[in-house]
Design a protein around this ligand. Structure first.
Ligand SMILES: O=C(O)CCC(=O)C(=O)O
Length: 322
């Protein structure tokens, strides 16, 4: 299911496009099942320790963690933290690789970045718990997190809700066409510790809420400002976001993380040195593709054991804004 000409045009002009039904409910099932298993194991552990009074076994994927969080904020957050891992990308079981390699998704990405596709370990599982204000993600461009020499490169973010995403439960908001104006100044120490572009430094454009069905995909450029706000529903807004680029965009495929030292010239570095890039599609040499759970785990672990130096962008703190 590649993108149509008009979808590609919208992506280029507006900085985002939604493609409906890239994943069917059946496609998402193995991932949701694995996550539900982890939730189940965690819930049982917390129940035994008497952190909660109920196992909430009658609740499913959408509501179980929400009800636990309602009973004990601390337990709900602890379970969410276990699944997300440090920063949200801690889950590296094969179900996420299957999502990263999902052919209809990679076909669409390929329409945007070119035939050969590099995937990024900067994928995140997001668990927006009901009524939890720290679950809000302030306005930012993903390039705010990448090194500056990559600002003019295209890195595509694919945002995929695992439940229907609505204004009420905290769907993503985007600023159409703002990607055409380059990188905004970001500040560290923004809401919930994220990078943030303050509202008064954003272009005066109306944000667009992007309501989506589960399995639809929102494609964003790395310069498209986006944010998400509070979940005012009674279900968890589960989503994942994945990132892809062409092989020509700076990456660390086959690089030794130990070569990322402070003395190294920044412009020779991958756009996001801290985490491993890997080949998703290589038409001329498919053997380079990372397509087995073992190869995927090995690549992830290599970068976790030796976190490469990331010089960052030197954004100032929000509290120091003049
Ligand atoms: O899922 C969210 O609420 C925020 C996602 C996000 O900021 C991103 O994908 O870059």
């Amino acid at each position: 299911m590649p993108l149509t000409e008009s979808e590609i045009h919208q992506f280029q002009k507006s900085g985002y496009v939604v493609k409906a039904g890239v994943f069917t409910a059946t496609d998402l099932q193995p991932f949701k099942k694995r996550i539900s298993q982890i939730v189940d194991e965690e819930v049982k552990g917390h129940f035994e320790k008497k952190h909660i009074t109920n196992l909430y076994e009658e609740d499913g994927f959408e509501t179980r963690l929400a009800r636990i969080y309602a009973e004990s904020n601390e337990t709900g957050q602890a379970i969410a933290g276990t699944i997300m891992g440090k920063g949200g990308g801690g889950f590296s079981d094969h179900e996420i690789l299957d999502i990263l390699r999902h052919p209809p998704l990679v076909d669409c990405v390929s329409d945007l970045v070119g035939q050969d596709v590099v995937g990024s370990s900067v994928y995140r599982i997001r668990i927006k718990l009901p009524h939890y204000s720290h679950g809000e993600v302030p306005w930012h461009q993903d390039s705010g997190y990448f090194l500056a020499h990559c600002d003019k490169q295209l890195i595509v973010t694919c945002w995929i809700p695992l439940v229907d995403a609505t204004i009420e439960n905290g769907c993503l908001y985007v600023l159409p066409e703002a990607h055409q104006h380059g990188i905004h100044r970001h500040y560290t120490g923004g809401h919930a510790g994220f990078l943030e572009i303050p509202d008064d430094e954003l272009l005066p454009r109306d944000p667009v809420p992007v309501e989506m069905k589960q399995g639809d995909v929102l494609f964003l450029t790395n310069l498209t400002p986006h944010a998400s706000f509070k979940n005012n529903s009674e279900i968890v807004r589960w989503s994942i976001d994945l990132r892809y680029q062409s092989m020509d965009v700076p990456n660390n495929v086959n690089e030794d993380p130990a070569t990322y030292v402070p003395e190294r010239d920044t412009v020779t570095m991958a756009c996001y040195p801290s985490e491993a890039d890997f080949i998703i599609r290589d038409n001329s040499d498919p053997e380079r593709e990372i397509n087995t759970p073992g190869a995927f785990k090995k690549i992830r672990e290599r970068y976790e054991q030796m976190r490469p130096h990331n010089p960052g962008r030197g954004w100032t703190r929000l509290s120091d804004r003049t």
